[in-house]
Design a protein around this ligand. Structure first.
Ligand code: AMP
Length: 579
Protein backbone atom coordinates (compact mmCIF):
# COMPACT_ATOMS: atom_id res chain seq x y z
CA UNK A 1 0.00 0.00 0.00
CA UNK A 2 1.25 3.50 -0.85
CA UNK A 3 0.91 6.79 1.00
CA UNK A 4 0.96 10.12 -0.81
CA UNK A 5 1.43 13.63 0.57
CA UNK A 6 -0.82 16.35 -0.82
CA UNK A 7 -0.61 20.11 -0.68
CA UNK A 8 -4.24 21.00 -1.37
CA UNK A 9 -3.71 24.64 -2.28
CA UNK A 10 -5.96 27.59 -3.03
CA UNK A 11 -4.42 28.16 -6.45
CA UNK A 12 -2.55 24.93 -7.16
CA UNK A 13 -2.32 21.47 -5.64
CA UNK A 14 0.56 19.02 -5.69
CA UNK A 15 1.23 15.46 -4.66
CA UNK A 16 4.49 13.87 -3.57
CA UNK A 17 5.79 10.71 -1.96
CA UNK A 18 8.87 9.43 -0.20
CA UNK A 19 11.05 6.73 -1.73
CA UNK A 20 14.75 5.86 -1.77
CA UNK A 21 15.54 8.46 0.84
CA UNK A 22 14.02 11.45 -0.94
CA UNK A 23 10.80 13.10 -2.07
CA UNK A 24 9.41 12.55 -5.55
CA UNK A 25 6.77 14.86 -7.00
CA UNK A 26 3.99 13.27 -8.99
CA UNK A 27 3.58 14.74 -12.49
CA UNK A 28 0.50 14.67 -14.71
CA UNK A 29 0.47 13.10 -18.19
CA UNK A 30 2.25 16.18 -19.57
CA UNK A 31 4.92 16.28 -16.90
CA UNK A 32 3.37 19.18 -14.92
CA UNK A 33 3.61 18.83 -11.18
CA UNK A 34 1.09 21.50 -10.29
CA UNK A 35 -2.58 20.82 -10.70
CA UNK A 36 -4.58 24.08 -10.68
CA UNK A 37 -7.30 23.85 -8.02
CA UNK A 38 -10.03 24.66 -10.50
CA UNK A 39 -13.04 22.83 -11.95
CA UNK A 40 -15.30 23.56 -14.91
CA UNK A 41 -18.07 21.84 -16.82
CA UNK A 42 -17.36 21.30 -20.52
CA UNK A 43 -20.01 20.23 -23.00
CA UNK A 44 -19.38 16.64 -24.05
CA UNK A 45 -16.66 16.12 -21.44
CA UNK A 46 -18.50 16.73 -18.19
CA UNK A 47 -16.57 18.08 -15.22
CA UNK A 48 -12.92 18.76 -15.90
CA UNK A 49 -10.36 19.53 -13.20
CA UNK A 50 -6.88 21.05 -13.30
CA UNK A 51 -4.93 22.77 -16.05
CA UNK A 52 -7.64 22.53 -18.71
CA UNK A 53 -10.16 23.97 -16.26
CA UNK A 54 -7.85 26.85 -15.40
CA UNK A 55 -7.33 27.68 -19.08
CA UNK A 56 -11.07 27.67 -19.62
CA UNK A 57 -11.49 30.12 -16.72
CA UNK A 58 -8.69 32.37 -17.99
CA UNK A 59 -10.49 32.58 -21.33
CA UNK A 60 -13.56 33.93 -19.59
CA UNK A 61 -15.39 30.61 -19.15
CA UNK A 62 -17.45 29.81 -16.07
CA UNK A 63 -16.41 27.46 -13.33
CA UNK A 64 -14.95 27.24 -9.84
CA UNK A 65 -11.55 28.30 -8.47
CA UNK A 66 -10.10 29.38 -5.11
CA UNK A 67 -12.82 27.32 -3.37
CA UNK A 68 -10.43 26.45 -0.55
CA UNK A 69 -11.16 29.91 0.80
CA UNK A 70 -14.72 28.75 1.46
CA UNK A 71 -13.93 25.31 2.82
CA UNK A 72 -16.15 24.58 5.80
CA UNK A 73 -19.01 26.69 4.42
CA UNK A 74 -22.11 25.76 2.43
CA UNK A 75 -21.22 28.05 -0.47
CA UNK A 76 -22.30 26.53 -3.78
CA UNK A 77 -20.71 26.62 -7.20
CA UNK A 78 -22.81 25.82 -10.28
CA UNK A 79 -21.18 23.48 -12.78
CA UNK A 80 -23.25 22.14 -15.68
CA UNK A 81 -26.48 23.03 -13.89
CA UNK A 82 -25.55 21.21 -10.68
CA UNK A 83 -24.44 22.78 -7.38
CA UNK A 84 -21.19 21.74 -5.71
CA UNK A 85 -19.75 22.65 -2.31
CA UNK A 86 -16.08 23.54 -1.71
CA UNK A 87 -15.73 20.11 -0.11
CA UNK A 88 -16.98 18.33 -3.24
CA UNK A 89 -14.80 20.44 -5.51
CA UNK A 90 -11.79 19.69 -3.32
CA UNK A 91 -12.68 16.01 -3.59
CA UNK A 92 -12.44 16.34 -7.39
CA UNK A 93 -8.96 17.85 -7.15
CA UNK A 94 -7.88 15.13 -4.73
CA UNK A 95 -9.29 12.47 -7.03
CA UNK A 96 -7.31 13.89 -9.94
CA UNK A 97 -4.12 13.80 -7.86
CA UNK A 98 -4.88 10.24 -6.82
CA UNK A 99 -5.34 9.18 -10.45
CA UNK A 100 -2.03 10.75 -11.41
CA UNK A 101 -0.31 8.99 -8.56
CA UNK A 102 -1.84 5.65 -9.50
CA UNK A 103 0.09 5.69 -12.74
CA UNK A 104 3.30 5.53 -10.70
CA UNK A 105 2.48 3.89 -7.39
CA UNK A 106 0.60 0.72 -6.49
CA UNK A 107 -2.57 0.73 -4.37
CA UNK A 108 -2.85 4.25 -3.07
CA UNK A 109 -5.07 4.18 -0.07
CA UNK A 110 -3.78 6.74 2.28
CA UNK A 111 -2.94 10.42 2.01
CA UNK A 112 -1.40 13.03 4.25
CA UNK A 113 -2.96 16.39 3.43
CA UNK A 114 -1.73 19.81 4.45
CA UNK A 115 -4.07 22.55 5.69
CA UNK A 116 -3.50 26.11 6.93
CA UNK A 117 -2.63 26.23 10.64
CA UNK A 118 -5.67 28.44 11.30
CA UNK A 119 -8.21 26.02 9.74
CA UNK A 120 -10.96 25.33 12.28
CA UNK A 121 -12.57 22.02 13.13
CA UNK A 122 -15.20 22.27 10.40
CA UNK A 123 -12.67 23.15 7.72
CA UNK A 124 -10.47 20.28 8.80
CA UNK A 125 -13.27 17.76 8.92
CA UNK A 126 -14.51 18.89 5.48
CA UNK A 127 -10.99 18.38 4.14
CA UNK A 128 -11.05 14.85 5.52
CA UNK A 129 -14.46 14.21 4.04
CA UNK A 130 -13.25 15.45 0.66
CA UNK A 131 -10.46 12.90 0.86
CA UNK A 132 -12.92 10.18 1.76
CA UNK A 133 -15.07 11.03 -1.28
CA UNK A 134 -11.93 10.86 -3.42
CA UNK A 135 -11.25 7.36 -2.09
CA UNK A 136 -8.37 8.33 0.16
CA UNK A 137 -7.98 7.52 3.81
CA UNK A 138 -6.57 10.40 5.84
CA UNK A 139 -5.04 9.46 9.16
CA UNK A 140 -3.81 12.94 9.76
CA UNK A 141 -3.86 16.41 8.37
CA UNK A 142 -0.68 18.34 8.87
CA UNK A 143 -0.34 22.07 9.13
CA UNK A 144 1.27 23.81 6.18
CA UNK A 145 3.93 25.58 8.29
CA UNK A 146 4.86 22.28 9.96
CA UNK A 147 5.33 20.79 6.50
CA UNK A 148 7.57 23.72 5.52
CA UNK A 149 9.60 23.30 8.71
CA UNK A 150 10.00 19.62 7.94
CA UNK A 151 11.36 20.49 4.49
CA UNK A 152 13.77 22.94 6.13
CA UNK A 153 15.02 20.30 8.56
CA UNK A 154 15.74 17.84 5.80
CA UNK A 155 18.01 20.40 4.20
CA UNK A 156 19.54 22.10 7.23
CA UNK A 157 19.78 19.27 9.74
CA UNK A 158 18.12 18.65 13.05
CA UNK A 159 19.68 21.16 15.49
CA UNK A 160 17.46 23.32 17.74
CA UNK A 161 15.96 26.11 15.66
CA UNK A 162 13.44 28.92 15.98
CA UNK A 163 11.88 29.45 12.57
CA UNK A 164 9.37 31.79 11.04
CA UNK A 165 7.43 30.45 8.09
CA UNK A 166 6.43 33.27 5.78
CA UNK A 167 3.76 31.94 3.42
CA UNK A 168 2.82 34.63 0.91
CA UNK A 169 0.30 33.44 -1.66
CA UNK A 170 -2.18 34.96 -4.07
CA UNK A 171 -4.73 36.09 -1.51
CA UNK A 172 -3.24 35.64 1.93
CA UNK A 173 -0.18 36.01 4.08
CA UNK A 174 0.26 33.36 6.76
CA UNK A 175 2.97 33.66 9.35
CA UNK A 176 3.86 30.87 11.75
CA UNK A 177 6.53 30.58 14.41
CA UNK A 178 7.91 27.07 14.61
CA UNK A 179 10.33 25.63 17.14
CA UNK A 180 12.41 22.60 16.21
CA UNK A 181 14.11 20.70 18.99
CA UNK A 182 15.11 17.07 19.51
CA UNK A 183 12.74 15.32 17.19
CA UNK A 184 9.87 17.70 17.72
CA UNK A 185 8.48 20.35 15.38
CA UNK A 186 6.11 22.64 17.19
CA UNK A 187 4.11 25.62 15.99
CA UNK A 188 4.24 28.20 18.77
CA UNK A 189 2.16 30.97 17.19
CA UNK A 190 0.19 31.75 14.06
CA UNK A 191 -0.86 35.07 12.58
CA UNK A 192 -2.08 36.14 9.22
CA UNK A 193 -4.01 38.42 6.99
CA UNK A 194 -6.65 36.98 4.67
CA UNK A 195 -6.54 40.08 2.51
CA UNK A 196 -2.84 40.45 1.91
CA UNK A 197 -1.47 38.59 -1.09
CA UNK A 198 -0.11 38.82 -4.59
CA UNK A 199 -3.53 39.92 -5.85
CA UNK A 200 -3.25 43.04 -3.71
CA UNK A 201 0.07 43.82 -5.31
CA UNK A 202 -1.61 43.50 -8.72
CA UNK A 203 -4.23 46.00 -7.57
CA UNK A 204 -1.66 48.49 -6.37
CA UNK A 205 0.25 48.19 -9.65
CA UNK A 206 -2.95 48.75 -11.63
CA UNK A 207 -3.78 51.85 -9.60
CA UNK A 208 -0.22 53.14 -9.95
CA UNK A 209 -0.34 52.63 -13.71
CA UNK A 210 -3.65 54.47 -13.95
CA UNK A 211 -2.34 57.39 -11.92
CA UNK A 212 0.73 57.78 -14.11
CA UNK A 213 -1.52 57.77 -17.18
CA UNK A 214 -3.90 60.27 -15.64
CA UNK A 215 -6.72 57.74 -15.24
CA UNK A 216 -8.89 56.83 -12.28
CA UNK A 217 -8.82 53.05 -11.68
CA UNK A 218 -12.11 53.20 -9.78
CA UNK A 219 -13.91 54.60 -12.80
CA UNK A 220 -12.82 51.86 -15.22
CA UNK A 221 -15.42 49.29 -16.20
CA UNK A 222 -15.14 45.73 -14.81
CA UNK A 223 -13.71 44.37 -18.08
CA UNK A 224 -11.07 47.09 -18.32
CA UNK A 225 -10.17 46.57 -14.67
CA UNK A 226 -9.80 42.82 -15.22
CA UNK A 227 -7.60 43.36 -18.28
CA UNK A 228 -5.43 45.85 -16.41
CA UNK A 229 -5.06 43.48 -13.44
CA UNK A 230 -3.88 40.75 -15.80
CA UNK A 231 -1.27 43.13 -17.23
CA UNK A 232 -0.26 44.20 -13.75
CA UNK A 233 0.32 40.57 -12.71
CA UNK A 234 2.37 39.94 -15.83
CA UNK A 235 4.47 43.07 -15.18
CA UNK A 236 5.01 41.95 -11.57
CA UNK A 237 6.20 38.52 -12.63
CA UNK A 238 8.62 39.83 -15.27
CA UNK A 239 10.10 42.83 -13.48
CA UNK A 240 12.29 45.11 -15.58
CA UNK A 241 10.93 43.62 -18.80
CA UNK A 242 7.98 44.94 -20.77
CA UNK A 243 4.84 42.83 -21.09
CA UNK A 244 3.06 42.36 -24.42
CA UNK A 245 0.56 44.95 -23.27
CA UNK A 246 3.22 47.56 -22.58
CA UNK A 247 3.00 47.83 -18.78
CA UNK A 248 6.51 47.94 -17.41
CA UNK A 249 7.93 48.39 -13.94
CA UNK A 250 11.36 48.64 -12.37
CA UNK A 251 12.20 46.89 -9.13
CA UNK A 252 12.57 50.26 -7.44
CA UNK A 253 9.07 51.30 -8.51
CA UNK A 254 7.59 48.04 -7.31
CA UNK A 255 9.33 48.38 -3.95
CA UNK A 256 7.70 51.79 -3.52
CA UNK A 257 4.31 50.51 -4.69
CA UNK A 258 4.42 47.65 -2.18
CA UNK A 259 5.29 49.92 0.76
CA UNK A 260 1.75 49.94 2.26
CA UNK A 261 1.75 46.11 2.19
CA UNK A 262 5.23 45.97 3.70
CA UNK A 263 4.05 48.18 6.55
CA UNK A 264 1.25 45.68 7.29
CA UNK A 265 3.69 42.79 6.99
CA UNK A 266 6.01 44.37 9.50
CA UNK A 267 3.18 44.84 11.99
CA UNK A 268 2.17 41.20 11.64
CA UNK A 269 5.77 40.12 11.95
CA UNK A 270 6.28 42.01 15.22
CA UNK A 271 2.92 40.79 16.48
CA UNK A 272 3.68 37.12 15.95
CA UNK A 273 7.11 37.40 17.51
CA UNK A 274 5.54 38.93 20.58
CA UNK A 275 2.97 36.12 20.70
CA UNK A 276 5.74 33.55 20.47
CA UNK A 277 7.86 35.35 23.09
CA UNK A 278 10.75 35.87 20.67
CA UNK A 279 12.98 38.74 19.70
CA UNK A 280 14.02 39.24 16.09
CA UNK A 281 17.52 38.13 17.09
CA UNK A 282 16.11 34.83 18.45
CA UNK A 283 14.93 33.80 15.00
CA UNK A 284 17.36 31.39 13.40
CA UNK A 285 15.76 31.57 9.99
CA UNK A 286 12.79 32.85 8.05
CA UNK A 287 11.56 30.50 5.35
CA UNK A 288 9.86 31.91 2.27
CA UNK A 289 6.88 29.92 0.99
CA UNK A 290 4.13 30.60 -1.60
CA UNK A 291 3.95 32.04 -5.11
CA UNK A 292 4.35 35.67 -4.08
CA UNK A 293 7.54 34.88 -2.17
CA UNK A 294 9.19 34.66 -5.59
CA UNK A 295 9.14 38.44 -5.83
CA UNK A 296 12.66 39.86 -5.37
CA UNK A 297 11.25 42.96 -3.63
CA UNK A 298 9.68 40.78 -0.94
CA UNK A 299 13.01 39.10 -0.30
CA UNK A 300 14.68 42.51 -0.15
CA UNK A 301 12.13 43.81 2.34
CA UNK A 302 12.52 40.72 4.54
CA UNK A 303 16.31 40.97 4.42
CA UNK A 304 16.08 44.53 5.75
CA UNK A 305 13.61 43.45 8.42
CA UNK A 306 15.70 40.51 9.62
CA UNK A 307 19.14 41.92 9.11
CA UNK A 308 19.99 38.82 7.09
CA UNK A 309 18.74 36.90 4.08
CA UNK A 310 15.66 34.71 4.41
CA UNK A 311 15.87 31.07 3.36
CA UNK A 312 14.53 29.93 0.02
CA UNK A 313 14.08 26.15 -0.18
CA UNK A 314 14.10 25.75 -3.94
CA UNK A 315 10.79 26.59 -5.53
CA UNK A 316 8.68 28.54 -3.01
CA UNK A 317 5.52 26.98 -4.51
CA UNK A 318 6.59 23.46 -3.68
CA UNK A 319 7.91 23.74 -0.11
CA UNK A 320 4.66 22.61 1.55
CA UNK A 321 4.28 19.65 -0.82
CA UNK A 322 7.91 18.78 -0.19
CA UNK A 323 7.14 18.64 3.54
CA UNK A 324 4.01 16.56 2.91
CA UNK A 325 6.12 14.16 0.85
CA UNK A 326 8.66 13.85 3.65
CA UNK A 327 5.87 13.16 6.07
CA UNK A 328 4.71 10.16 4.06
CA UNK A 329 8.15 8.75 4.82
CA UNK A 330 7.54 9.34 8.52
CA UNK A 331 4.21 7.58 8.29
CA UNK A 332 5.74 4.62 6.56
CA UNK A 333 8.32 4.69 9.33
CA UNK A 334 11.26 4.82 6.97
CA UNK A 335 14.36 4.32 9.06
CA UNK A 336 15.98 7.69 8.50
CA UNK A 337 13.06 9.91 9.46
CA UNK A 338 10.57 7.87 11.41
CA UNK A 339 11.14 9.53 14.77
CA UNK A 340 10.17 13.07 13.90
CA UNK A 341 7.13 14.22 15.81
CA UNK A 342 4.99 17.02 14.44
CA UNK A 343 2.97 18.80 17.01
CA UNK A 344 -0.10 20.77 16.12
CA UNK A 345 -1.58 24.00 17.32
CA UNK A 346 -5.14 24.43 18.50
CA UNK A 347 -6.59 27.18 16.29
CA UNK A 348 -9.44 28.11 18.66
CA UNK A 349 -10.08 28.27 22.38
CA UNK A 350 -11.84 25.43 24.19
CA UNK A 351 -13.45 26.16 27.50
CA UNK A 352 -16.33 25.76 29.91
CA UNK A 353 -19.17 28.02 30.95
CA UNK A 354 -18.68 29.49 34.40
CA UNK A 355 -20.57 32.00 36.52
CA UNK A 356 -19.28 34.71 38.82
CA UNK A 357 -22.49 35.31 40.73
CA UNK A 358 -25.70 33.47 41.60
CA UNK A 359 -28.61 34.12 39.32
CA UNK A 360 -26.50 35.13 36.31
CA UNK A 361 -28.23 34.05 33.11
CA UNK A 362 -25.26 34.11 30.80
CA UNK A 363 -22.04 32.60 32.00
CA UNK A 364 -18.67 33.52 30.63
CA UNK A 365 -16.23 31.19 28.90
CA UNK A 366 -13.39 30.03 31.09
CA UNK A 367 -10.66 29.06 28.61
CA UNK A 368 -9.27 25.61 29.35
CA UNK A 369 -7.16 25.17 26.24
CA UNK A 370 -6.33 28.50 24.72
CA UNK A 371 -6.08 29.27 21.05
CA UNK A 372 -2.54 28.63 19.80
CA UNK A 373 -1.85 26.01 22.49
CA UNK A 374 0.31 23.22 21.23
CA UNK A 375 -1.36 19.87 20.80
CA UNK A 376 -1.44 17.51 22.48
CA UNK A 377 -2.51 19.74 25.37
CA UNK A 378 -3.84 18.92 28.80
CA UNK A 379 -5.13 21.28 31.45
CA UNK A 380 -6.81 21.02 34.83
CA UNK A 381 -8.91 23.63 36.61
CA UNK A 382 -10.73 23.47 39.92
CA UNK A 383 -14.23 24.92 40.02
CA UNK A 384 -16.28 25.53 43.15
CA UNK A 385 -20.03 25.34 43.70
CA UNK A 386 -22.19 28.41 43.18
CA UNK A 387 -25.32 27.65 45.24
CA UNK A 388 -25.83 26.50 48.81
CA UNK A 389 -26.45 22.76 49.01
CA UNK A 390 -26.39 22.16 45.27
CA UNK A 391 -26.14 18.47 44.48
CA UNK A 392 -24.84 18.47 40.91
CA UNK A 393 -22.63 20.51 38.61
CA UNK A 394 -23.05 20.53 34.86
CA UNK A 395 -20.04 21.59 32.89
CA UNK A 396 -20.93 22.91 29.44
CA UNK A 397 -18.16 22.78 26.88
CA UNK A 398 -17.71 25.39 24.16
CA UNK A 399 -15.32 26.26 21.37
CA UNK A 400 -14.64 29.87 20.35
CA UNK A 401 -13.29 33.25 21.32
CA UNK A 402 -16.40 35.09 22.55
CA UNK A 403 -16.67 36.34 26.13
CA UNK A 404 -20.09 34.87 26.87
CA UNK A 405 -20.02 31.10 26.68
CA UNK A 406 -23.25 30.83 24.72
CA UNK A 407 -21.93 33.02 21.92
CA UNK A 408 -19.48 30.22 21.12
CA UNK A 409 -20.03 26.81 19.54
CA UNK A 410 -21.55 24.35 22.01
CA UNK A 411 -19.81 20.97 21.98
CA UNK A 412 -21.36 19.00 24.79
CA UNK A 413 -21.65 18.72 28.55
CA UNK A 414 -20.83 16.51 31.52
CA UNK A 415 -22.61 16.38 34.85
CA UNK A 416 -21.15 15.34 38.18
CA UNK A 417 -22.75 14.84 41.59
CA UNK A 418 -21.37 16.94 44.42
CA UNK A 419 -21.86 16.72 48.18
CA UNK A 420 -24.44 19.34 49.30
CA UNK A 421 -22.55 22.06 51.17
CA UNK A 422 -22.51 25.85 51.45
CA UNK A 423 -21.73 27.62 48.17
CA UNK A 424 -18.02 27.62 47.37
CA UNK A 425 -17.26 24.85 49.85
CA UNK A 426 -17.49 21.97 47.44
CA UNK A 427 -15.42 21.57 44.28
CA UNK A 428 -14.79 19.57 41.14
CA UNK A 429 -11.66 19.22 39.04
CA UNK A 430 -12.19 19.62 35.30
CA UNK A 431 -9.59 18.00 33.03
CA UNK A 432 -9.38 18.97 29.37
CA UNK A 433 -7.17 16.95 27.06
CA UNK A 434 -7.06 17.72 23.35
CA UNK A 435 -4.98 15.42 21.23
CA UNK A 436 -3.32 15.74 17.89
CA UNK A 437 -6.20 14.05 16.06
CA UNK A 438 -8.69 16.67 17.17
CA UNK A 439 -10.24 14.57 19.90
CA UNK A 440 -11.29 16.39 23.04
CA UNK A 441 -11.58 14.45 26.25
CA UNK A 442 -13.25 16.15 29.19
CA UNK A 443 -13.29 14.53 32.59
CA UNK A 444 -14.71 15.77 35.87
CA UNK A 445 -13.58 14.43 39.19
CA UNK A 446 -15.49 15.38 42.34
CA UNK A 447 -14.08 15.62 45.84
CA UNK A 448 -14.91 11.95 46.48
CA UNK A 449 -12.82 10.98 43.46
CA UNK A 450 -15.79 9.96 41.33
CA UNK A 451 -15.22 10.36 37.58
CA UNK A 452 -17.51 11.44 34.75
CA UNK A 453 -16.28 11.95 31.24
CA UNK A 454 -17.14 12.76 27.66
CA UNK A 455 -15.16 12.20 24.48
CA UNK A 456 -15.80 14.67 21.69
CA UNK A 457 -14.38 13.69 18.33
CA UNK A 458 -14.65 15.80 15.21
CA UNK A 459 -15.00 12.66 13.15
CA UNK A 460 -16.73 9.36 13.57
CA UNK A 461 -14.38 6.79 14.96
CA UNK A 462 -14.75 3.08 15.30
CA UNK A 463 -14.87 1.44 18.75
CA UNK A 464 -11.34 0.09 18.53
CA UNK A 465 -9.94 3.40 17.43
CA UNK A 466 -11.72 5.19 20.23
CA UNK A 467 -10.26 2.77 22.77
CA UNK A 468 -6.77 3.39 21.43
CA UNK A 469 -7.25 7.17 21.61
CA UNK A 470 -8.58 6.90 25.14
CA UNK A 471 -5.42 5.12 26.23
CA UNK A 472 -3.24 7.75 24.64
CA UNK A 473 -5.24 10.51 26.23
CA UNK A 474 -4.93 8.98 29.68
CA UNK A 475 -1.16 9.11 29.27
CA UNK A 476 -1.38 12.79 28.37
CA UNK A 477 -3.43 13.65 31.38
CA UNK A 478 -0.54 13.95 33.81
CA UNK A 479 0.18 17.67 33.86
CA UNK A 480 3.91 18.53 33.45
CA UNK A 481 4.18 19.78 37.02
CA UNK A 482 3.00 16.45 38.34
CA UNK A 483 5.57 14.54 36.34
CA UNK A 484 8.35 13.23 38.51
CA UNK A 485 11.27 15.07 36.99
CA UNK A 486 9.58 18.47 37.01
CA UNK A 487 8.13 18.01 40.47
CA UNK A 488 11.63 17.31 41.80
CA UNK A 489 13.00 20.41 40.12
CA UNK A 490 10.34 22.51 41.79
CA UNK A 491 11.09 20.93 45.16
CA UNK A 492 14.80 21.65 44.78
CA UNK A 493 14.14 25.26 43.79
CA UNK A 494 11.68 25.74 46.63
CA UNK A 495 14.20 24.39 49.13
CA UNK A 496 16.73 26.92 47.87
CA UNK A 497 14.18 29.66 48.07
CA UNK A 498 13.51 28.89 51.70
CA UNK A 499 17.23 28.98 52.56
CA UNK A 500 17.94 32.21 50.70
CA UNK A 501 17.52 35.83 51.66
CA UNK A 502 17.50 39.22 49.98
CA UNK A 503 18.18 39.59 46.27
CA UNK A 504 18.89 35.89 45.78
CA UNK A 505 15.57 34.96 47.28
CA UNK A 506 13.82 37.50 45.09
CA UNK A 507 15.44 36.17 41.92
CA UNK A 508 14.65 32.61 42.92
CA UNK A 509 11.05 33.57 43.50
CA UNK A 510 10.86 35.03 40.01
CA UNK A 511 12.53 31.96 38.52
CA UNK A 512 10.05 29.65 40.25
CA UNK A 513 7.17 31.79 39.02
CA UNK A 514 8.51 31.61 35.46
CA UNK A 515 9.07 27.85 35.76
CA UNK A 516 5.52 27.19 36.95
CA UNK A 517 4.07 29.39 34.20
CA UNK A 518 6.13 27.46 31.66
CA UNK A 519 4.95 24.11 33.00
CA UNK A 520 1.34 25.31 32.73
CA UNK A 521 1.75 26.86 29.29
CA UNK A 522 0.68 23.77 27.38
CA UNK A 523 3.60 24.28 25.02
CA UNK A 524 6.09 21.48 24.70
CA UNK A 525 8.88 23.86 23.81
CA UNK A 526 8.19 26.19 26.71
CA UNK A 527 7.89 23.24 29.12
CA UNK A 528 11.20 21.88 27.98
CA UNK A 529 12.87 25.29 28.13
CA UNK A 530 11.57 25.84 31.66
CA UNK A 531 12.93 22.48 32.81
CA UNK A 532 16.30 22.96 31.16
CA UNK A 533 16.76 26.47 32.48
CA UNK A 534 15.73 25.49 35.99
CA UNK A 535 18.16 22.58 35.91
CA UNK A 536 20.95 24.88 34.71
CA UNK A 537 20.30 27.58 37.30
CA UNK A 538 20.09 25.07 40.15
CA UNK A 539 23.32 23.40 39.08
CA UNK A 540 25.06 26.79 39.05
CA UNK A 541 23.73 27.65 42.48
CA UNK A 542 24.83 24.30 43.89
CA UNK A 543 28.31 24.72 42.42
CA UNK A 544 28.59 28.24 43.80
CA UNK A 545 27.51 26.99 47.21
CA UNK A 546 30.24 24.38 47.16
CA UNK A 547 32.76 27.11 46.42
CA UNK A 548 31.03 29.21 49.07
CA UNK A 549 30.45 32.04 46.63
CA UNK A 550 27.47 34.27 46.91
CA UNK A 551 26.26 33.76 43.37
CA UNK A 552 23.08 35.52 42.39
CA UNK A 553 22.47 33.88 39.06
CA UNK A 554 24.07 33.25 35.74
CA UNK A 555 24.29 36.40 33.64
CA UNK A 556 22.50 34.93 30.65
CA UNK A 557 19.00 34.85 32.03
CA UNK A 558 16.99 33.24 29.28
CA UNK A 559 13.82 33.59 31.25
CA UNK A 560 14.05 37.36 31.73
CA UNK A 561 12.34 38.03 28.42
CA UNK A 562 9.28 35.98 29.30
CA UNK A 563 8.97 37.37 32.78
CA UNK A 564 7.58 40.66 31.55
CA UNK A 565 4.46 39.14 30.10
CA UNK A 566 3.81 36.52 32.71
CA UNK A 567 0.15 36.12 33.40
CA UNK A 568 -1.08 35.38 36.86
CA UNK A 569 -0.82 31.71 36.18
CA UNK A 570 -0.64 30.19 39.60
CA UNK A 571 -2.91 32.53 41.52
CA UNK A 572 -5.82 31.94 39.20
CA UNK A 573 -9.25 33.22 39.97
CA UNK A 574 -11.36 30.18 40.54
CA UNK A 575 -14.46 30.30 38.39
CA UNK A 576 -17.74 29.15 39.82
CA UNK A 577 -19.87 26.70 38.08
CA UNK A 578 -23.30 25.66 39.01
CA UNK A 579 -26.70 24.74 37.79
P1 AMP B 1 0.00 30.82 -4.49
O1 AMP B 1 -1.34 31.18 -3.88
O2 AMP B 1 1.01 30.44 -3.46
O3 AMP B 1 -0.10 29.84 -5.61
O4 AMP B 1 0.55 32.18 -5.15
C1 AMP B 1 -0.09 32.82 -6.18
C2 AMP B 1 0.49 34.23 -6.31
O5 AMP B 1 1.87 34.16 -6.67
C3 AMP B 1 -0.20 35.07 -7.37
O6 AMP B 1 -0.52 36.34 -6.83
C4 AMP B 1 0.88 35.20 -8.45
O7 AMP B 1 0.77 36.44 -9.12
C5 AMP B 1 2.14 35.13 -7.64
N1 AMP B 1 3.30 34.70 -8.44
C6 AMP B 1 3.45 33.57 -9.14
N2 AMP B 1 4.64 33.55 -9.78
C7 AMP B 1 5.26 34.72 -9.48
C8 AMP B 1 6.53 35.29 -9.83
N3 AMP B 1 7.38 34.69 -10.62
N4 AMP B 1 6.82 36.52 -9.32
C9 AMP B 1 5.94 37.14 -8.52
N5 AMP B 1 4.75 36.65 -8.14
C10 AMP B 1 4.40 35.45 -8.62
Amino acid sequence: MSVIGIDLGTTNSLAAYWADGRVHFIPDENGNRMVPSAAVYLEGEGIVVGRKAKEHLLNGGEGAASFKRFMGTKKEYMLGGKAYTPMELSAMVLHKLKEQAERILPEIEEAVITVPAYFNDKQRSDTKKAAQIAGLKVERLINEPSAAALAYRMQYGSGDKSLLIFDFGGGTLDLSCVECFDNVIEITAVAGDNYLGGDDIDHLIAEYDCTRRGLDYGRLGPKEQAALLKQAEAAKCCLGGTTDDGLSLTEEQLFEICMPLFTKMKELFLHILEDAGLRVSDLDDLIMVGGSSRLPVVKRFLTELLGKEPVVLGDTDMVVALGAGIYTGIRRRDAEIRDILLTDVCPFTLGVETFRRQGEKKGYLLPMIERNSTLPASRRERLVTLYDYQTAVTVKIYQGEEYFARDNIYLGEVTAQVAPKKAGKEWIDVYFTYDINGILHVEIVNSKGEHNQILLANQTLGEAELERHKKEIEALMTPPLEQDKNRKLLERASAYYEQSTGARRERLGALIHWFVAGMNSGRLYRIRRAAEEMERQLALLEEADERREDLLFDGDLKWDLDLEDLGDDDGKDLGNSGN
